[in-house]
Design a protein around this ligand. Structure first.
Ligand code: ADP
Ligand code: MG
Length: 434
């Protein structure tokens, strides 16, 4: 078999064997650079990854590759970074803050439109074509995993390409930055950053419900931008009307422009999303198999994507075409989680990693130092155990299930772009699986 194909098959197997975060952090971007005399030379992005891989994964990768190749092979990891292509500007020339925190995959091109999200997508596109027009603010709302963040990033990408200053921020980061700015007496700089935007995109604004000083600051930012005919885009997991603790004057601002909801995708849209994702992965999958997955993963799109990725990995493993058996196996794989991990063990490991007392993690205080580890705990318990959302909330000191869901999504989003966080989550996972 061709070396590259062997490597791809090995990646598929590793993806099934390893915890997802570890795979995403360490293995996903590794590239086969060369194959010489029974030695696979694999390029990774930095020395940290190289050492980590060589030490902890070297033996596993070697075993997997040897198994697939049918002969003894060796693996060597080297640091390797793709050369920027000639026309590309050096990173230093990109205006600061412009593309920070944006997922490159979340573009309009990659967004599949169906009945459930047509209005939201059209409104997002209209904002790009005609900023600060009739849809200002644009307020997108819908349940988790339905594409709100994807659309916000898509708008930011498109605006950055048109040399508009788009600033994307989650409401939680906005809140934390504000708290820091107040603490360090730098609120002027904080205000400038947001008030100089041509376009401000604030994700998950439900987060500021009940937080008075954040609402106050946001209200002024909103007015300053809106008054200068700058575009504002907001997302939320609920409609503006259902914000019980949002100040009346802010809530009414949210309703000035257009509110567009995103519904869970219907069957046809789920199939179309799977097909688009398969095509981007360069795979052809028969319609009936896409339908099989679409019937099983109904709740949200993240779940749908996960099921397809796993099916690919399993198919690669067995060298088979993607068929009913592989799909059933990968779907049941999706459902089976570790039996030995308990919320308590995970909370202890998180507390250890972030150096905060366990009792504080489950306690009432809501400082920034505690918020992140607490959300990481929510994320890990949900990923690694079968506990329901309300029970995860209970384990963390009686928190509401919507808080848990939000925390989970938040970490899942951040893991896509935040390398530091990925490392921390990985460290916790390795301590749990040792
Ligand atoms: P939300 O912010 O609403 O919780 P996300 O924007 O994070 O949801 O979407 C979850 C995942 O589903 C992402 O990987 C995203 O790319 C994908 N996704 C959502 N909607 C679509 C769509 N219409 N077409 C393709 N992928 C989508
Ligand atoms: Mg989101």
């Amino acid at each position: 078999m061709h070396a590259e194909r062997l490597w791809q098959a090995a990646l598929g197997q590793l993806q099934v064997e390893m915890p997802k975060a570890a795979f995403d952090t360490w293995v996903r971007d590794a590239q086969l650079l060369a194959y010489e005399d029974g030695q696979f030379i694999v390029g990774v992005q930095n020395a940290f990854a190289r050492d980590w891989l060589a030490e902890r994964l070297g033996p596993i990768v070697t075993r997997v590759l040897t198994g697939i190749a049918g002969r003894t092979v060796e693996v060597r990891f080297v640091v390797w970074q793709p050369e920027p292509s000639p026309g590309e500007p050096a990173p230093a020339e990109i205006p600061a803050g412009l593309q920070v925190g944006l997922n490159p995959r979340y573009t309009f091109e990659n967004f599949v439109v169906g009945k459930s999200n047509r209005l939201a997508q059209a409104a997002a596109q209209a904002v790009v074509d005609n900023p600060a027009g009739p849809y200002n603010p644009l307020f997108l709302y819908g349940g988790v995993g339905l594409g709100k963040t994807h659309l916000l990033h898509a708008i930011a990408h498109a605006c950055a390409a048109a040399e508009q200053r788009a600033v994307y921020v989650s409401a939680e980061d906005f809140t934390n930055e504000l708290i820091d700015a107040i603490r360090t007496h730098s609120t002027a700089a904080f205000r400038d950053r947001y008030r100089q935007a041509d376009l401000l995109l604030v994700d998950d604004v439900q987060f500021i419900a009940g937080k008075e000083s954040t609402q106050e600051e946001f209200f002024h930012t909103f007015n300053a931008l809106h008054g200068q005919a700058k575009q504002i885009v907001l997302s939320s997991d609920r409609s503006a009307k259902s914000f019980v603790t949002l100040e009346e004057r802010l809530r009414s601002r949210f309703e000035w422009g257009l509110a567009a909801d995103i519904q869970p995708p219907d069957f046809e849209t789920r199939v179309a999303i799977l097909r688009s994702k398969a095509e981007r992965a360069g795979r052809s999958v028969q319609q009936e198999y896409l339908e099989l997955i679409a019937r099983r993963a109904q709740n949200n799109i993240r779940e749908l994507e996960g099921a397809l990725t796993r099916a690919f990995a399993l198919a690669d493993l067995t060298g088979a075409e993607l068929g009913e058996e592989t799909i059933e196996a990968s779907l049941s794989e999706l459902a089976s989680k570790s039996r030995t991990l308990t919320p308590g063990k995970i909370i202890a490991a998180v507390a250890q990693q972030f150096q905060v007392p366990e009792a504080e993690l489950c306690g009432p205080r809501r400082t920034r130092q505690l918020a992140l580890p607490r959300q990481v705990a929510m994320y890990l318990i949900r990923e690694e155990t079968d506990e329901s959302l309300p029970r995860i909330g209970q384990a963390l000191g009686g928190r509401d299930h919507t808080t848990v869901m939000y925390g989970y999504e938040r970490i899942a989003d951040r893991l896509e772009t935040d390398e530091g966080l990925r490392r921390q989550v990985l460290a916790i996972r390795s301590s749990l699986f040792q």
